[in-house]
Design a protein around this ligand. Structure first.
Ligand SMILES: [Fe+2]
Length: 242
């Protein structure tokens, strides 16, 4: 399984704050059966010049610690780019802002929308990404205002090539708020091969790693093969993992 969205690197954003939390998130991931994760710190136009070298340095250190502790996890560089509308053109043109190892061609970019813009902005971003030949993944569309009213809009963007990354914990639902997981499952049913999952883990206790809720709901709804497609085959293809 591949976790495509996790804030595991210490002290770089609002995710893990130290190596202890980082290694706990790593152990949680490995124990769940994750083999690869994409380290996706928050980044935006203002801080990219500082953030990207720091990310790469922390990834090197994390790989070394994983090896020392014999935790079987492969960590790939990534970014959760916050598209503010001003800098997205230069971010789209910067390969280091994309997800996956640098030697892989056509790496995708994971983008979140600031809460000040609405989901419609994703259409502009997709258009701009496609002009630059970049595959675009929209991070956790289910978290934005108006998501439930935008299902057809998102299907239309999927038709145009957008990938959707859902957060595992948003599959949980419950008595009062089952509408979000149901809408997510509808989008998955629409184009299973354009969906990937992330934990969006920030902290080993408050926002832990693993993909438990997504695995349960997707396996129940569509079977084990669909879960393999969504949790492994599609992200592996996007990341150039053989
Ligand atoms: Fe995130």
């Amino acid at each position: 399984m591949i976790d495509f969205h996790i804030h595991i690197l210490p002290g770089i954003d609002d995710g893990s704050q130290n190596w202890d939390e980082t290694m706990k998130l790593a152990r949680q991931s490995a124990e769940f059966g994750i083999t690869h994760l994409v380290a996706t710190p928050h980044g935006s136009g203002e801080n990219l010049a500082m953030l990207l070298p720091k990310r790469d340095q922390l990834i090197m250190e994390l790989r070394q610690r994983l090896q020392e502790e014999q935790i079987p996890l492969t960590v790939l560089p990534g970014l959760e780019y916050s598209a503010d509308g001003h800098s997205s053109d230069s971010a789209l043109a910067t390969p280091e802002c994309r997800c996956g190892n640098p030697d892989v061609q056509n790496r995708p970019m994971l983008v979140e929308l600031p809460f000040t813009v609405n989901l419609d902005f994703a259409a502009n971003l997709l258009f701009n990404a496609q002009i630059k030949n970049v595959t675009l993944i929209l991070a956790h569309p289910e978290r934005y205002d108006g998501f439930l009213k935008k299902i057809d809009f998102l299907k239309d963007l999927m038709d145009k090539g957008l990938y959707l990354q859902f957060n595992s914990n948003n599959f949980k639902g419950g008595f009062l708020h089952n509408s979000i997981p149901k809408a997510i499952l509808k989008l998955i049913e629409y184009a299973k091969e354009q969906v990937i999952i992330g934990s969006d883990a920030h902290h080993p206790e408050y926002r832990p790693a693993g993909l438990l809720d997504a695995r349960k709901r997707i396996t129940d709804a569509f079977g084990k093969d669909a879960w393999t497609l969504i949790s492994h085959d599609t992200p592996a293809q996007l990341l150039g993992i053989k």
